[in-house]
Ligand binder design. Structure first.
Ligand code: IVH
Length: 668
């Protein structure tokens, strides 16, 4: 073995050890220590290395690798049950090429086939046995061979039928999960009760299912999707599609968005649309499962010890690479917010060259123990700025970058927020903050000044033509100076000046958002505008009265009040008013059917919660946080939380989503 081979061998053994630790944390302790993406990246790296360099390893080292195991064993507190048929895992494909290979293998046996494609639910697999139509047993997957008897807990899951029409003994398999809306609701409750938040829905579900106290299971509100009938042909089920029909007929929850595909093009289409489709789910999906629809071929096609050859899981390639941090520095945003950034050794992620990545805030650096010179994982997803997400080799002791104490632009001391999560430059005269605010004011999302990009605003600011937002509106008196600014012809100057005049007709929401008040994003700005109505009311408005609405929390109210207490800001608003600009709220309300009606939402609805929130707001209703005497209705879905109890206690009317829709129809 030469030196290079020795290094590779060491790398493989280190990876094996690291992944085994991650497996233990994930499967046994229900407490993952890395994200799924890092896990997948390193798992693939290990798989590749083991394949290419298997000659560097002993037989034992290959056999005991985490890549060879189905799943980790469970730490047992429940009775062990041996599965009648092993609960297998699924082989993974990361590209269409790999799916083509999977299909080619099937074509060795038959040419007459189709595929059932469905979301891969990120939950826990479960086996359910029914006898004489009664649910007699629920068992976790465990290591695939032996699972744990969690029947008592399964009986607490509302959407699993306890009795079914079908009377023969039958074993079904599926996934238990915690819906995203329920997960958020539980975390809201934890926050209120000073309890630590749940890490993610999957582990919350896993932890719940292995609770000894089944009352806790009942309160948590788990959900299920059933997708598999064991020994289907013995129940006269011959395709996966029939299995779904059978399951639906017996009142099981079956995933809605499955599709039958005849060929690779249809599979590819489903996969391409999946990221959009996924946004509509109230459950976490970590890929797509493709199953051979015709069960009669399954036996012939066979399986390995770990996974069958008649099904495969497509997972989206994790966009993660490894690089080194060269430098750490901060930037200051328009609200004074401090952002830590890393300059990294150039690395290519899914086609784009990356030199910089965000490190968020100082706490993030501290938590991940990051410093200059460290080798790190870096991730880029879609439009999002690349982000450093962790150390490749965790260090045994704290060794993180020293906090930057002062603003690099104005030298004032940086101040931590009350929650210690953020830091701000609080100097209202910081030149960087003013510049960023002016850029924001002129941007598309705000006053939308024609082609007034960052560069031009910077120049105008440096040349002292614009020092505050109102100055934009006086630019028309400085045409000469404008012409002297680099590359600005008369035509573009006219366009800019016209667009500035046009902006006087914009809604109050745009103007409030344009002011760069801390914690006031587009949505909140538009909500505040709907309540304030006119800029002339802004200075006298009672912002404390907004606390009753779901959209507004104390942090927002304090921030607006603080902003309005600064003389310069008051003066700015008055100057706008004195210049004849009294921005008004432009309403996008479709109807006033829910005028003055306060609605609390709880439980899982048939569409994402956002949909119902928008619907209520479009009809002039209010979404409120918690149930009180002032609540008009509680809109209640499946597995409602404590809000339902509160509604009953206070005699607040509880309605279903159909009631709501009828209400909007009836009055029309
Ligand atoms: S089918 C033999 N369908 O993924 C095939 N599994 O990585 C049996 N999973 O153990 C599984 N969603 O826990 C199937 N729609 C789906 C799934 C799914 C999630 C889980 C299941 C399985 C694991 C394999």
């Amino acid at each position: 073995m030469n030196a290079k081979e020795k290094n590779i061998r060491e790398e493989i053994l280190n990876l094996q050890k690291k992944i085994a630790e991650w497996d233990n944390a994930y499967y046994n302790l229900d407490n993952p220590i890395v994200t799924d993406e890092i896990y997948d990246t390193e798992f693939i790296r290990l798989q590749k290395l083991e394949k290419q360099y298997s000659y560097l390893l002993t037989y034992e080292e290959v056999k005991n690798s985490p890549t060879q195991k189905i799943d980790a064993k469970s730490l047992s507190i429940f009775d062990k049950v041996i599965h009648k048929k092993p609960m297998l895992s699924l082989n993974k494909a990361y590209s269409i090429e790999e799916i083509k290979k999977f299909i080619k293998n099937i074509e060795k046996y038959t040419n007459d086939f189709s595929f059932l494609i469905e979301p891969k639910i990120d939950g826990l697999s479960i086996s359910l046995t029914y006898e004489n139509g009664k649910l007699i047993r629920g068992v976790t997957r465990g290591d695939g061979i032996t699972g744990e008897d969690v029947t008592k807990n399964i009986l607490q899951i509302n959407d699993i039928p306890k009795e079914i029409e079908y009377k023969h003994k039958i074993e079904l398999r599926g996934e238990i999960y915690l819906s995203i809306s329920r997960f958020n609701e539980l975390n809201e409750e934890n926050l209120k009760n000073n309890l630590p938040p749940l890490a993610n829905p999957r582990n919350a579900a896993a932890g719940t299912l292995r609770q000894l106290d089944s009352n806790i299971v009942s309160q948590r509100g788990l959900s299920s999707f059933i997708y598999f009938v064991v020994d289907a042909p013995s129940h006269n089920i011959f395709t996966m599609e029939d299995a779904f029909c059978f399951l639906k007929k017996n009142n099981f929850h079956v995933v809605k968005d499955y599709k039958l595909a005849k060929n690779i093009n249809q599979i590819e289409e489903y996969i391409n649309n999946f990221p959009e489709l996924k946004k509509t789910f109230d459950f976490e999906a970590d890929g797509v499962v493709i199953k051979l629809n015709e069960i009669k071929w399954w036996n012939k096609i066979g399986q390995t010890q770990k996974f069958p050859h008649y099904a495969i899981a497509f997972k989206f390639e994790p966009n993660i690479e490894i690089t080194t941090i060269k430098k750490i520095f901060i930037t200051i945003g328009r609200t004074g917010l401090v952002t830590y950034n890393g300059q990294v050794k150039t690395v290519e992620i899914s086609g784009s060259k990356i030199n910089f990545a965000t490190l968020n805030n100082f706490n993030y650096i501290k938590e991940l123990n990051l410093n200059v010179g460290d080798e790190v994982y870096i991730k880029k997803a879609g439009e999002i700025i690349p982000c450093i997400i962790g150390l490749v080799n965790p260090k045994g002791k704290p060794d993180y970058f020293k906090r930057i104490e002062t603003c690099p632009y104005c030298n004032s001391k940086l101040i931590e927020s009350e929650t210690f999560l953020e830091e701000y430059c609080e100097n209202y005269n910081c030149p960087e903050i003013i510049k960023k605010q002016l850029i924001h004011f002129s941007s598309k999302e705000c006053m939308n000044f024609f082609s007034m990009g960052e560069k031009i605003v910077e120049k105008l600011y440096e040349n002292k033509l614009i020092l505050n937002p109102l100055d934009f509106y006086n630019l028309k008196n400085n045409k000469n100076e404008l012409t002297q600014l680099e590359k600005l012809g008369t035509k573009s100057i006219m366009k800019i000046l016209n667009s500035i005049e046009d902006s006087k007709k914009l809604g109050l929401d745009k103007f409030i958002f344009a002011l760069s008040i801390k914690h006031i994003g587009q949505k909140v700005a538009s909500f505040i505008a709907s309540k304030v109505q006119k800029l002339s009311e802004f200075l006298k408005f009672d912002f404390d009265s907004l606390i009753q609405y779901n959209e507004i929390g104390p942090k927002i109210i304090d921030s607006v009040k603080k902003w309005l207490s600064v003389d310069n800001n008051k003066k700015l608003i008055n100057d706008f008013l004195n210049s004849g600009m009294n921005f008004e709220h432009i309403s996008n309300i479709k109807s006033k059917l829910l005028d003055g009606i306060n609605i609390v939402i709880t439980g899982t609805l048939s569409k994402p919660r956002n949909y119902f929130e928008e619907l209520i707001k479009a009809n002039n209703g209010n979404i409120v946080n918690s149930v009180s005497k002032k609540t008009s209705y509680v809109l209640c879905g499946e597995n409602p939380g404590s809000k339902l109890d509160k509604a009953n206690e206070l005699n607040v009317k509880v309605i279903s989503e159909n009631d709501l829709i009828d209400m909007l129809k009836n009055k029309n």
